[in-house]
Design a protein around this ligand. Structure first.
Ligand code: TYD
Length: 216
């Protein structure tokens, strides 16, 4: 495998999407091959599953079914998009991955993390990100951002503040459990400062890319 797999994680409204775009643009400016993708989704099938997962009408969706749907979308995404891109030497920038399931379905919904790891094993096909960046952000500010965005609030975003607080603490617990796998970045700061820290973290793994690096 020649590419690099970089994942951005964080609570809803933490600024992941903005930061992932800034990171992608910077890497592309350097002539690096970049693929930008997201979960749940990133494929035709995954986008269908995403519609079910985020539709506020499906109030009856039980936590275990929710966990399997996220894992199903992930299985399709890994097989159809991520692994082929990595094989070609692409830097894959992904908005959420397995740790979203551990934080939201695990710490948020209360499903055992070990069970989630088991059901996600075939979904990820053993793929582990080269770098997982967690944007740590105040949950109240995250909810304010979403409420002010003017768009429809999805099924997960409608959860109570306590749920989002558990998710935030879940991310920090995961990072505490395996510090080598994560970079926790304080996202309650100006966009440029957060971006600089993300760049530094990304450069740490990208500099090791032996092929496809055509930086001037
Ligand atoms: P999305 O609109 O992509 O949220 P964001 O812009 O904040 O990334 O919606 C994804 C939602 O799904 C988000 O609330 C997090 C949740 N989610 C899980 O609960 N488990 C998962 O495994 C994944 C990938 C996402």
């Amino acid at each position: 495998m020649k590419g690099k797999f970089i994942v951005l994680e964080g609570i809803d409204g933490s600024g992941k999407t903005t930061q992932l775009k800034l990171l992608g643009d910077k890497l592309k400016d350097r002539g690096l091959p970049v693929l930008h993708t997201r979960e749940p989704g990133g494929t035709r099938i995954g986008d269908k599953i995403r519609e079910i997962l985020l539709n506020p009408e499906y109030k009856e969706l039980v936590p275990r079914a929710e966990a399997f749907l996220y894992a199903a979308a992930r299985a399709q995404h890994v097989a159809q998009v991520i692994l082929p891109a990595l094989a070609k030497g692409t830097i894959v920038l992904c908005d959420r991955f397995l740790d979203s399931s551990l934080a939201y379905q695990g710490f948020g919904r209360g499903i055992e993390v070990s069970l989630l790891e088991r059901i996600n094993e075939p979904a990820t096909d053993g793929l582990v990100p080269d770098l997982t960046i967690i944007l740590d952000f105040c949950t109240e500010d995250g909810m304010d951002r979403i409420n002010q965005s003017g768009r429809r609030i999805d099924r997960i975003e409608r959860e109570a503040g306590a749920f989002h607080q558990r998710v935030r603490m879940g991310y920090l617990a995961l990072a505490g459990r395996s510090p080598g796998r994560y970079r926790v970045i304080n996202a309650n700061r100006p966009v440029e400062q957060v971006h600089r820290d993300i760049m530094t973290a990304a450069e740490g793994v990208i500099d090791e890319i032996p092929e496809g690096d055509s930086r001037a």
